[in-house]
Design a protein around this ligand. Structure first.
Ligand code: HEM
Length: 419
């Protein structure tokens, strides 16, 4: 009755025939993108709750007899509400899961060569999504305005300032003055709750629209199935109802895991860190910023020179050129590894020795620079650690390349494809 009423006005049946009959591949690695999407939805919902209670100001207010920044006090008060701390932790855990699933999704696309023609645009949009999501995490860091927030953000401030030629201007634009300025928290609040979510929403929409237009890639083994031989482009299950059951179950399962984690695993306990104080504290950023933090530790403090009036400092090398180089390399991949014909079947990573070993070397680089963030704990000198990093990357690359070459030559191509 209601569906008939709606259909007469909105032509829902047409929409259903056009979009809900689309096919979705059945391989579970295709679900990482969905996990990222569901985490984003959770972030928006919990963020709306937090937005009603958070105060974006560092003006001093009284909290349990002490004068502390209003932003800090408002977050402590959220933690004291029934369910308040759980919702704040769900927000933070969802951010972590979103970043982890984006990285897993990127790795899936990379290792199976799903970035190749015609999907280069979605690969680039995806890289933008990763960058903006990291931007969301970075701006969110500062908002509780605890000692941890301020220490972490000041590292980012020095890195931004160190960008050659435009550093001062860029730092003033992002941090609304010299950090910690009065306007920094309102500026980060605007970026975190307004500009970044709008950008994410628009880019995710574009990413999915392009996906619907181009269709998914599909497992290589499907080439031999009779539907493919009869000319059907994509073999899998329809979005409605089968894929919908899987997606809803995945969403509910994700919620279950996140609520469980939020209940039992404390995260960013600002009451423990306290409000900002002049005492210097050693704090490590969350895991996804550790490669940059670790890389910075490996660069000799006196390594500094000038090019065309722009100062290249250790902060610029570690915090700007290192991530910039990785992003440019990733962006270039679909243009370097390009087939003549559009490719709609994914490749078995075990049969791509060069690209797979390059990916393994990249993962080793991230792992080793993450470890470098702990050299003070392991009591390793930066110069020794730099050698370990180089040796580990070279060993991972060469050994994995040789093993994969032997493997892929040992059998006829295609026989091992089990996708
Ligand atoms: C907010 C972050 C992101 C969301 C919500 C998202 C969502 C999705 C979803 C739901 C799919 C379809 C399922 C799948 O193929 O796994 C997809 C496909 C795709 N994504 Fe993403 N994605 C994100 C970030 C990225 C990143 C970082 C990259 C790579 C740099 C990327 C590149 C691609 C490509 C090339 C496809 C098509 C893959 C194929 O057809 O096999 N995406 N994305």
């Amino acid at each position: 009755m209601i569906s008939k009423w709606l259909d007469e006005r909105l032509e829902l049946q047409k929409f259903k025939d056009k979009f809900l009959t689309k096919t979705f591949p059945t391989h579970p690695s295709f679900l990482f993108g969905e996990i990222a999407l569901f985490s984003f939805i959770t972030l928006v919902i919990t963020g709306i709750f937090l937005g009603f209670l958070y105060e974006p100001s560092i003006g001093k207010v009284s909290l349990f007899g002490a004068m502390v920044p209003a932003a800090y006090a408002s977050v402590v008060r959220i933690d004291l509400l029934p369910m308040g701390i759980i919702i704040r932790r769900i927000h933070h855990w969802s951010a972590m899961i979103m970043i982890a699933s984006i990285i897993a999704h990127l790795a899936r696309v990379y290792f199976t060569s799903a970035y190749r023609k015609p999907r280069e645009i979605n690969w680039l949009i995806g890289l933008g999504l990763l960058g903006i999501t990291l931007g969301a995490a970075f701006t969110g860091y500062l908002l509780p305005y605890s000692q941890f927030s301020v220490t972490a953000t000041s590292i980012a401030y020095y890195i931004t300032e160190s960008v050659p030629w435009i550093g001062d201007w860029l730092a003033r634009l992002i941090f609304a003055g010299e950090f910690p300025a009065h306007a920094t928290v309102p500026r980060f609040f605007f970026l975190h709750v307004m500009l970044i979510p709008v950008l994410l929403l628009s880019l995710i929409g574009l990413h999915l629209l392009i996906l619907v237009k181009q269709k998914h890639t599909e497992p290589g083994a499907n080439r031999n199935r009779k539907e493919a031989q009869a000319g059907r482009r994509l073999i899998g299950i329809p979005v409605w109802p089968e894929q919908n059951y899987i997606s809803v179950s995945l969403f509910l399962f994700l919620m279950f895991v996140v609520v469980l984690m939020a209940t039992y695993i404390p995260l960013n306990p600002i009451e423990l860190y306290g409000p900002p104080s002049p005492e210097a504290t050693v704090m490590r950023p969350d895991w996804y910023f550790l490669p940059i933090y670790g890389f910075l530790k490996l660069i000799p403090g006196d390594l500094s020179f000038t090019i065309a009036g722009g100062k290249i400092s250790p902060e610029a090398i570690g915090g700007v050129f290192f991530p910039g180089f990785l992003v440019m390399l990733l962006a270039a991949i679909p243009f370097l590894d390009r087939p003549k014909e559009p490719q709609n079947y994914i490749e078995n990573p075990l049969h791509r020795p060069f690209m797979t070993s390059l990916g393994i070397a990249g993962a080793t680089l991230l792992f080793m620079t993450t470890l470098s963030g702990y050299i003070d704990v392991f009591h390793i000198a930066p110069s020794a650690m730099a050698i370990y990093v180089i040796v580990a990357i070279a060993a991972a690359w060469v050994i994995s390349y040789l093993l994969l070459r032997i493997y892929s030559r040992s059998g006829k191509k295609g026989e091992h494809v089990k996708n």
